[in-house]
Design a protein around this ligand. Structure first.
Ligand code: SF4
Length: 357
């Protein structure tokens, strides 16, 4: 087992690199952001790939690059347009941070994505993983790009039993990567580890018999690969119930509202949501009148659905409602024709609710 400060004594780094890079050369995944080493494309792809599967990202990546092909195009775009292009991908702060950072690149670095760690890590939304991915993949610098997948692969390869849920463990894996990374081709090395984790050394049932680096793998040799990595349990996911109201006015337009400009799903649009705890229809109507100044008549519940975020779950109870009387002083909600809903960026949960229209 390797702990902090110990060496890679019995690990043949040169042979490992040769086996890994030989396999990668013959088997690498054909991904659109690998067509060239444009740092802007690498950056966009790495932000999209956070918490999101490759197959989901590919069409978004094409669409995003078509709309915002350069740093300048993204920097000058309207935020609502950017959110619209991100609609359905989730974790929308990624899109806002990306645009914020790209604007900094235009203002401070003449539109050139920085090629050094200090400047890159000063940009919003760029953490140690994304920084390492951009520096290695786009600029061919021997920098570690360590995420959960990379920690899993190296946990098994080197029989490391540190808890990967602990932030400090990442540092250990970064120093391990610095020792084993190819200095001739760091770009391929990091991408090869990512591909190995995605296709062979998968979370459940790693395909060790097909693994190109099996003869270097200490976890496999000891028969403990299935027990690695060690990951302590994360906190319980909190459930919050809401009534979601699909309110129509006399013109058959539908009420939508924009979320606040900070916090969860900031600036996205949604159908009005009432936080309910055992609320009757009447209580929901009264709550809505008190908060929005609009009298509504609720119908029976149409459906419910759960939407899981990393730290909480929305339990959404969906109701149709009719606007009966409008005494609004401020425009908390906007009424739009059903066909116009498409012009507004919605989060995934409310895109699903649109199916009930
Ligand atoms: Fe992963 Fe198995 Fe390969 Fe080891 S031998 S790196 S556990 S797939």
């Amino acid at each position: 087992m390797i702990g902090k400060g110990s060496s890679l004594q019995n690990f043949n780094i040169e042979m490992f690199q040769e086996d890994l890079l030989g396999w990668y050369d013959a088997n690498k995944r054909d991904l659109p952001w690998r067509k060239d080493q444009d740092p802007y494309k690498v950056w966009v792809s790495e932000i999209m790939l956070q918490q999101t599967k490759v197959d989901t990202v590919i069409p978004y990546f094409h669409n995003f690059l078509e709309k915002f092909p350069t740093v300048h195009a993204l920097a000058t775009a309207d935020e609502q347009e950017v959110l619209k292009a991100w609609e359905g991908l989730g974790y929308y702060s990624r899109a806002r941070n990306l645009q914020h950072a790209v604007r900094e690149v235009v203002e401070n670095y003449g539109g050139q994505v920085p090629n050094n760690p200090k400047e890159l890590e000063g940009l919003k939304g760029i953490g140690s993983y994304t920084k390492g991915a951009i520096l290695s993949i786009a600029f061919n610098q021997p920098e570690p790009a360590v995420d959960g997948n990379v920690m899993r692969v190296f946990s098994r390869l080197l029989n490391i039993d540190e808890d990967i849920a602990q932030p400090k463990t990442k540092k250990l894996f970064e120093s391990v990567t610095r020792e084993v990374i190819s200095h001739e081709d760091p770009s391929s090395f990091n991408q090869a580890i990512m591909d190995l984790g995605a296709t062979i050394c998968t979370p459940k049932s790693p395909a060790c018999l097909l693994c190109p680096v099996q003869e270097h793998c200490q976890g496999y040799e000891l028969g403990v690969e299935q027990q690695l990595p060690i990951k302590s349990k994360t906190k319980k996911n909190k459930k919050i119930p809401y009534a979601v109201l699909i309110i129509r006015n006399e013109q058959d337009e539908i009420a939508i509202e924009q979320r606040p400009d900070n916090g969860l799903l900031a600036n996205l649009w949604q159908f009005p949501m009432v936080p309910i705890q055992e609320m009757s229809l009447e209580l929901i109507e009264n709550w809505f009148y008190a908060q929005y100044g609009m009298k509504i008549k609720l119908g029976e519940k149409q459906a419910d659905l759960n939407h899981v975020f990393s730290h909480l779950t929305w339990e959404l109870n969906i109701y149709h409602a009719k606007l009966e009387h409008d005494t609004r002083e401020e425009e908390k909600v906007t009424f739009v024709a059903e066909g116009e809903l498409n012009f507004y960026p919605f989060p995934v949960s409310h895109l699903k609710i649109r199916e009930f229209l």
